[in-house]
Design a protein around this ligand. Structure first.
Ligand SMILES: [Zn+2]
Length: 321
């Protein structure tokens, strides 16, 4: 039963859209995903990026598996490597749909674990991240993938200095229109976040990252198995509290656990024709001209990229009073 009667106001622009970019899956025993899960049932955990097109700047929420996913997989401790089915990375799907990946203003990650950031290495956009998650990744996190790919990327730290939102104590309204609102969920990792998205259709989504791996964690209030809580979560109590906050609003928003393909079912795939016209692209924070590490190995340092970036900066300067 909901304790909330209404959602906070939002004024998403009429042209705002979301699309899913499924980049692959990995096999996980149900008994590892949810307390009481079957030892024989094998689930396919989704690794899916979400493209949000917004006239103030397009973002990806998480990045899924990238071109280097096999290499990243080899960086995991052996016990964490399960069978993976690696599909087209986000960069390939964007390009195939006629979307120039250089249009992205940022990659907003729910947290820095490898299955959420592998695809970052294919993209030039800044990573939007909390200071707490940068610290978590620097300390070694759960895997070394983010550490290995982040030197080629601008890490654009943001603060959650806005007011309470849907039961969470503080928030960040990315564009000031209520369409993308980030709240802290510092239990799975110490800098994890949940991203709320409000669409002009009236649809509301909560991209909850790994707060639970499967929707049963919300719909039936089921924990991860104790062993997995101990292995995978930084703060079990915080996970539980934040899960209860999401349960309280689950009849008002469409809840999307990052690894449950059922949560993505009503989000369209990005197909040709779904790409918005280029808007006056603005960056969420700063002027977007921060220097990237020239030692980047992501393949986006060519002259045409530099020209493109310069052109974009010029238009930001023009558009920003
Ligand atoms: Zn994950």
């Amino acid at each position: 039963m909901s304790t909330m009667t209404r959602l906070p106001a939002a004024a998403p622009p009429a042209t705002m859209t979301i699309h899913q970019l499924p980049t692959g899956t990995y096999s996980t025993k149900a008994s590892m995903a949810l307390r009481g899960g079957s030892r024989r049932e094998v689930l396919q955990f989704a690794a899916t990026a979400v493209l949000v097109q917004h006239p103030a700047g397009d973002i990806l929420i998480d990045a899924g598996f990238g071109r280097d996913a096999e290499k990243h997989l080899q960086m995991l401790p052996r016990y964490r490597r399960s069978e993976h089915q690696i599909g087209d990375p986000a960069v390939t799907q964007l390009t195939a749909a006629g979307y120039d990946p250089r249009r992205l203003s940022g990659i907003l990650i729910t947290h820095s674990h490898w299955d959420h950031v592998s695809g970052v290495s294919d993209l030039a956009a800044p990573v939007l991240i909390t200071a707490e998650e940068v610290a978590y990744a620097r300390k070694g996190g759960a895997d070394k993938v983010f550490q290995s790919i982040s030197p080629g990327h601008e890490l654009r730290e943001y603060t959650l200095d806005g007011g309470a939102y849907l039961g969470f104590p503080n928030s960040r309204d990315l564009y000031g229109d209520g369409s993308i609102v980030i709240v802290p969920a510092a239990g799975h990792t110490t800098g994890s976040v949940i991203v709320f998205v409000a669409l002009p259709t009236g649809a509301r989504y909560a991209f909850i990252g790994d707060l639970t791996w499967r929707i049963e964690g919300i719909e039936h209030n089921i924990d991860r198995p104790l062993l997995m809580q101990l292995l995978a979560d930084s703060d079990r109590k915080q996970v539980r509290q934040d899960r209860e906050r999401i349960i309280a609003i689950a009849d008002l928003v469409h809840v999307v656990p990052a690894h449950d393909e059922r949560g993505f079912a009503n989000i369209p795939l990005l197909v040709d024709g779904a790409v918005m016209d280029q808007h006056d692209v603005r960056v969420p924070w700063g002027d977007g001209t921060a220097q990237r590490n020239p030692a980047s190995a992501d393949g986006y340092q060519g002259p045409s990229q530099r020209r493109q970036r310069k052109r974009r900066s010029a238009s930001w300067n023009r558009d920003n009073p």
